[in-house]
Design a binder for this molecule. Structure first.
Ligand code: ADP
Ligand code: MG
Length: 212
């Protein structure tokens, strides 16, 4: 049995305090099963329905592992749409409250490039974005992933359905190979299996059948 209380994880005090404020007392099943491995730095595939708490599973993991002193892009989270990227960024910011100077930046399509380039020049720790726009910035040279330690694909099934396969491949090619890769998805079709075996190393599979 995995522990279901967040206190078993030894999280940073800011995270513990924010969980308390958010009223998250017990981990959801996907959090309980994936967080220990995520915190160890392993590659993890998390499969669970909408509403199972996948955002905090990877969000707490990446925030705990981040080196805040190092003002470099260490984490990239890819989401299928701007709306989902905004939601994920919002949840990460809530979980990160009080961690000194932490910077989360969104890079989504349908938004002007100018302000995004300006924000990238100022720097960030975490990028949350959509594949097309992130790739545009990589191709322009306005974004570099040399310091990336954690790469997250959220709603991977939807990203593939939306035709982002080539963009994902191109982004992965520009990321350091000694990174942690986390993949979250509501479903696990063959295409996901294929991309996972290409971009992940000995991934741990966590599957949760129902919501909490
Ligand atoms: P998913 O990405 O799996 O669809 P979300 O990450 O969006 O799910 O989480 C669904 C809802 O559950 C959100 O409103 C979130 O605030 C809430 N939630 C997440 N983890 C917990 C928890 N441990 N305890 C209580 N609520 C939680
Ligand atoms: Mg989600």
């Amino acid at each position: 049995m995995s522990q279901t209380n967040f206190s078993s994880l030894n999280l940073r005090p800011e995270l513990v305090s924010n969980l308390d404020t958010l009223g998250y007392t017990e981990m959801t099943p996907i959090q309980a099963q994936s967080l220990p491995s995520i915190l160890e730095g392993k590659d993890v595939i998390g499969q669970g329905k909408t509403g199972s708490g996948k955002t905090a599973a990877f969000g707490l993991g990446l925030l705990q592992r981040l080196n805040v002193e190092r003002f470099r892009i260490q984490t990239l989270v890819l989401c299928p749409t701007r709306e989902l990227a905004d939601q994920v960024a919002k949840e990460i910011r809530k979980l990160a409250r009080g961690i000194h100077n932490i910077k989360v930046l969104t890079l989504c399509g349908g938004m002007p490039f100018g302000p995004q380039i300006g924000s990238l020049e100022h720097g960030a720790h975490i990028i949350v974005g959509t594949p097309g726009r992130v790739l545009d910035h990589l191709n322009k040279g306005t974004l570099r992933l040399d310091n990336l330690t954690t790469f997250v694909l959220d709603e991977a099934d939807r990203m593939l359905e939306m035709g982002f396969q080539d963009a994902l491949d191109a982004i992965v090619e520009k990321a350091p190979s000694d990174r942690q890769t986390l993949l979250f998805s509501a479903t696990f079709p063959k295409k996901i299996e294929a991309i996972a075996s290409k971009i992940m190393v000995n991934p741990e599979m966590v599957e949760v059948a129902s919501t909490h």
